[in-house]
Design a protein around this ligand. Sequence first.
Ligand code: 2P0
Length: 321
Amino acid sequence: MKFKSTAIAHPNIAFVKYWGKKDENLRIPLNNSISMNLGNLWTKTTVEFNDFDEDVVTINKNVAEGTAKERVIKHLDRFRNLSGIELKAKVVSENNFPMSSGIASSASGFAALTMSCANALKLNLSEKELSILARLGSGSACRSIPNGFTEWLTGTCNDDSYAVSLAPAEHFEIYDLIIIVKKEKKEISSTTGMQKFNPYFYARLAEVNENLNFVRKGIIERNLKTLGTYAEKDCISMHTTMMNSGLFYWEPETLKIMKEVWNLRKNGIECYFTIDAGPNVHILCLKDNKAEIREKIGELNFEILESKPGGKTMVIEESLF
Ligand code: 2P0
C-alpha cells in the first residue's frame, strides 16, 4: 500500500519577530509573532510512504545529509507515530527561490512537509493541528499554514501554541521587495542564535505587546503606516537583542538600504523595512510606490525579489516524482 501526496507552502516574513523560546524541544516561543505569507515564493513537497529500505530526502535536486536530513526524518517520525505505520518515505522538495538567496526555506519547507504527510496518511487534521505539527519542525513554519497574514499565539504547551489567520492574502495588497545583500548561508542558524540569552530579551518582551497590537491593527485597517512603523520598530528591537548576544547579521549595505528607506520616506515615498536573521532587507510598500522604490534601490545595484501576500498551505495534484 502506498501513501503519497504533494503540497505547496509559502515562506513568510515576520512583522513582529519570533526570537527566543520558552521550551526548546517543543519550540514554544517567548512572544507572539505576526507575519505575512510571501505568495510569489513557494516550496512544493511530495512525500511517499512505501516499502522503501530507508528514508531518502531530496531538496532542490540534492540528496540531503546530516542535520537537514535528520530534521526531516524526525518530522516523518512524528507522522509515523500519529498514524501507527513504520513505512519509510521518499521526500522530494523544490523551492522556486534559491536556497542561497537568504530567504529562509525552513518555514515553507516544514509547512509543505506537514501538509503532504498529513494528506498522504489521510489524517484529516484541522488547521490548528497542522500548525502545531509544523511548529515542531521549525517554529516559523506554523505561521505558513494559515492564509495570508497570520499570528502565532505563544501558548503554554504543545496543544495551544499555533498560528491563526488575521486576514486572508487578498485583504491588503502590500508588497515585499526583498533586497539581496548577501547570498551566502548565515554562519549561525536562528535555532542556535536565539538560544544565546541576554538581558535585552527582557527589554524586548516589555515592548513587544505594543508592537503586536499596532501591527495587528495596521493589518486589519489596511494601514501601511501603522503596520510599517511598528514592524520597523520590532525589527530594530530584535536585532539589538541579537547584537547583545554578539550576533551581527547586518552588513554595511544593510544599513545603507535602511537609510535609503528613511530617505525615501522623507521624500514622501511611503515604505518601511524589516530584516530577518540575515543581512537582506525587506521593504514593505504599496503598489503605487513599488516602481519608484525599485528604481532607487536598483541604482545601488542590488538584486531584488518581489512578493505580494500569499495563501495558506495546500495540497496540490501535481507530483514531483
Ligand atoms: C521570525 N526568525 O519570526 C524570526 C525572525 C528569524 C528572525 O523564525 O529554531 O527557523 O526552527 O524554531 O523558525 C527563524 O527561526 O527557528 C525565525 P526554529 P526558525 O521569522
